[in-house]
Structure formats: C-alpha cells, structure tokens
Design a binder for this molecule. Structure first.
Ligand SMILES: Cc1cc2nc3c(=O)[nH]c(=O)nc-3n(C[C@H](O)[C@H](O)[C@H](O)COP(=O)(O)OP(=O)(O)OC[C@H]3O[C@@H](n4cnc5c(N)ncnc54)[C@H](O)[C@@H]3O)c2cc1C
Length: 454
C-alpha cells in the first residue's frame, strides 16, 4: 500500500481524466492519475469540434499551433446529399487535434504536481475504513479518499453502472487523409457550392442521426488534406460511422492514405443520475457527459472538470457534486438528448422539409452547434411564428420535441440538494425524457454493417 497521502486518484488520462487531474491539482489537491495505455496514446486521437467558449469557461488557453486543426469556415448542414441546406458561421467551433490537447492537459497536470503514469491498469476497486482501495495490475494497491473513474465508455465496470441503450450509442469515426488529387477534391466541394475550408455536413445519410462531415484543407503544411467525420447508430439498424467512412472513401478516389484518426462508440443518452457511489465518482464518457445532439463530449467535460475541481477544493463533499453537476450542466445535456432522439427518427424527406421550413434558422442551429440552449431569441420569434404558420406538418413533428426540451430544462432548475429527494427528481427527469428510441421493426440491420464495431 502506498504511504503518500493523496486527495484523489484519477483512472484514465484521456481528455476527461487529464482535465480533472489538471484542474484538481491546480486547485491545490494531491492527485495521482493512471492510464492503461501509454500516456501518449490515451484518450481521443483525432480531430474534435469544440466550441471556443468551452476553453474560456474551463480556464484553459485557446488551442494554438498544431493543436488547432482548423477553425472558422462556413458550416453547411445539408439534408441528405443536398441540395437543401442551412449554412452557419462556424467561426466559434474549433477543430481541435485531440492528440495535442490531451498532451497539453497531461503536461499542465504534471506541472501542477500530478503524478501521471501510463501503462498502469486499474483492475479492482474496494472500500475500506480509510478510503477507496485500488488494485493495479501487477499487484500494487493504492488508497485515497476519492477515486474519479474517467475510464471512458469502454472502461472499467469497477462497479456496475447503467449502460447506455444500444439505440443511444453513436459509432463515430474521424480521420485526416491525404488528398491525392486536389483538383478533383476542390471540384467535389465546388459542385456543391462550397470552397476549401468550408465544412460540408451531410445529415441523415443512414438514419436521421447520421452524418458525413468533410472539410478540405489545401493549406495543411503536410500537403492537401481531408478531415472526415462520420457517425451513425447501428443499434437502430443503420450504418455505423466506420461503414460510412469506408463507403465515402470507396466513392472518392481523390482521397489517399490516412494520416491519423480513430473510431469508437459515443454515449448519446442522458448523463448518469447519481455520479458518486461511495468514494467513486464517474466522469466523462463513463458518466454519459456528452452533448447528445451531435455526440460532443469535450466541451462539457472540460467545463465540468473545472467545476468539479472548484467544488472539491472549496471543501465540497463529493456526493454534493451530483446535484451541482445536474443543476449546472444537466438541463442543456438532457435537452440535447431530446433533440437527438427526434433527429434519430427523422426520415430524409422530413429532414429536408425541416430545413426548407426555415424553422431551423441559422441562429438556432448555431446555438445547438455551440452547445448552447436551442431557444429562439425574442427578436427571432415573429419570423419563426410566421414560418411555423406555413409549415404545419413540420410544426406537428417539431413542436412536442421543443416542448419536451423546455420541460426538461425547467425541471433542472429544481434539482434537490438532499440525496433523499434526488431519486424522485431523477425519476421525473427520466419520465420527461421518455424511453430511449427503439429499433424500427421494418428495418433490418444494414447488410454492410458488421455490427462488431461496438
Ligand atoms: C470519432 C469520434 C469523433 C468525435 N467527435 C467529437 C467532436 O467533434 N466533439 C466532441 O466534443 N466530442 C467528440 N467525440 C466524443 C469525445 O471524443 C469523447 O466524449 C471524449 O474523448 C471522451 O473522453 P474520456 O476521457 O471520457 O474517455 P476516453 O477518451 O475513452 O479515455 C478513457 C481513458 O481511460 C483509460 N482506461 C480505461 N480503462 C482503464 C483502466 N482499467 N485503468 C487505467 N486506465 C483505463 C483508457 O485507456 C483511455 O485512455 C467524438 C468521439 C469519436 C469516437
């Protein structure tokens, strides 16, 4: 048993774990952190879109240099393969190279006094009279008053926790590829009214939630490059992001070798209710901390890490953070789940009608993209009402979703601090959300999708 007194042990040194370790040590806590992978292979290894504002809110300097994979171009949300689209100003969504962001968080954590160790797997968790006891592969044991499980979706299972439904797992793939024929690549975008640097987001390609998101970078120092993000929900009978990526590559011979990237499942259901069980606090993907409307975990996890560290450093009880998390972050996260559940059910023609109606106005969609409340500003209301009157079928489809989003957000204004009342509040939250989507009976599995990717 290690003798060094610790305040906190963090399991996992990906984005969530490294962000918690960094913030907690900066706030004065004594922290150790482990990852079963080598530290320079921990966490996400691809480009992720992160709202600029999340960095400021988390007290992190903005990404620069190699960490900033791209930023700023127009963002075209296209129904199917088009032509119906809504174009947003993407200036505040940064394409972050997660390899560099995770390395920065780890570096900062180490500079603040954290001992970070790679290739150390945590294999067991128990609670003794003096704290949590972690067993590491190889036989060592460690003790601390609190353990943060940031081991990701595929993580630990140290203690059974509810798993997301298969219909609420988006399997995504993101990679950066060489472009072997930049003329053909530029033509692909020009034919669709876009330029290099624009982000083309083809939505509803295989199920309403699916996307193919492509950005051509002709100025990459390593030569012309294509950033390609794909995602879909195999649990609903649709193609996964891996399958969509393979298909897109097969259809476009101007795309060459992969430079870097990765793929895995993202939880897009509601965040776990109780985040703390005994001395174990679940965090990051392990706790479903993802903005479900587009499967984005990083912004929320960075902000929540800063909040958790501030809470613990000010002497807050870990158990009290469950209510605090839901009060501060849960309403937006759950409203995004409601939206994700609608979009998962939309058929391509419904998506096109929605875009054509003008009800999904650029300011509204931009708020969703930047993970802000998708509520119209008072000045937008007259225009929206006018458009609503002209699109009754779209309103019939969208209206209940907006009402449910509003209801779940309002419910989060009343998260009780007392643990005894929390269970009742959580049941009501889940009742407002309703059940996760079910796989439509008429849909078989996508025949080209092995499903083994999960
Ligand atoms: C292809 C793709 C694209 C995405 N795009 C976006 C995007 O554009 N924007 C966005 O915000 N989010 C995006 N996401 C989601 C985002 O990447 C995740 O939410 C985030 O990376 C989760 O971080 P995490 O630290 O919780 O988990 P992970 O990154 O999974 O890290 C968990 C770490 O724990 C370690 N670990 C596991 N078990 C143990 C153990 N027993 N002992 C020690 N260590 C252990 C693992 O090795 C791993 O390094 C995307 C996800 C994917 C797959």
């Amino acid at each position: 048993m290690s003798a060094a007194p610790l305040d906190l042990i963090v399991i996992g040194c990906g984005t969530a774990g490294a962000a918690v370790a960094r913030a907690a040590a900066r706030a004065g806590l004594r922290v150790r952190a482990f990852d079963k992978r080598p530290l320079d292979e921990a966490g996400a290894r691809w480009l992720n879109g992160v709202p600029r504002g999340a960095f400021a809110e988390a007290g992190l300097p903005q990404p620069q240099g190699a960490e900033l994979g791209g930023a700023g171009g127009p963002f075209h949300m296209i129904a199917g393969m088009g032509p119906q689209r809504v174009t947003l100003d993407g200036a505040d969504l940064l394409d972050v190279d997660m390899r560099h962001l995770v390395a920065r968080l780890q570096r900062d954590a180490r500079a603040a006094g954290v001992t970070l160790e790679g290739e150390v797997e945590v294999i067991d968790y128990a609670e003794g009279p003096a704290g949590a006891v972690l067993s590491l592969r190889g036989g060592a044991q460690l003790q601390a008053p609190l353990v943060v499980d940031a081991s990701g979706l595929g993580g630990l299972g140290l203690r059974p926790a509810p798993r997301p439904a298969a219909t609420e797992l988006c399997v995504a793939a993101q990679a950066v590829f060489d472009v072997v024929d930049d003329v053909a690549a530029a033509r692909f975008f020009a034919d669709r009214g876009m330029a290099a640097g624009d982000t083309a987001v083809f939505t509803g390609i295989s199920g309403g939630y699916s996307i193919i998101n492509a950005r051509l970078d002709l100025d990459d120092p390593a030569g012309p490059a294509l950033a390609l993000l794909t995602g879909g929900i195999p649990g609903l009978g649709f193609a996964s992001g891996i399958t969509l990526q393979q298909r897109f590559l097969g259809e476009h011979p101007w795309i060459g070798a992969r430079r870097f990237g990765g793929a895995r499942a993202i939880p897009i259901g509601p965040p776990l209710g109780p985040l703390v069980e005994g001395r174990l606090l679940r965090f990051g993907d392990a706790a479903g901390m993802v903005f479900a409307a587009h499967g984005s975990g990083i912004g929320l996890q960075l902000r929540a890490a800063a909040d958790l560290a501030a809470h613990l450093a000010s002497g807050g009880a870990p158990q009290a953070w469950t209510a605090r998390f839901h009060q501060r972050f849960g309403g937006g996260a759950c409203a995004a789940v409601v939206f994700a559940r609608l979009s998962a059910q939309l058929r391509p023609e419904e998506l096109a009608a929605l875009f054509a109606s003008g009800l999904t106005s650029p300011p509204l969609l931009l708020r969703g993209l930047l993970q802000e409340a998708m509520r119209p500003a008072p000045t937008e209301l007259p225009g929206l009402l006018w458009r609503a009157a002209r699109a009754p079928r779209v309103v019939a489809r969208l209206g209940p979703t907006l009402a449910r989003m509003q209801a779940v957000e309002l419910h989060h204004l009343r998260v009780p601090a007392a643990p005894a009342a929390f269970g009742r509040w959580l049941r009501r939250r889940d009742a407002i959300l309703g059940p996760p989507p079910t796989r439509p009976a008429q849909l078989g599995p996508d025949p080209s999708d092995a499903g083994a990717e999960l």
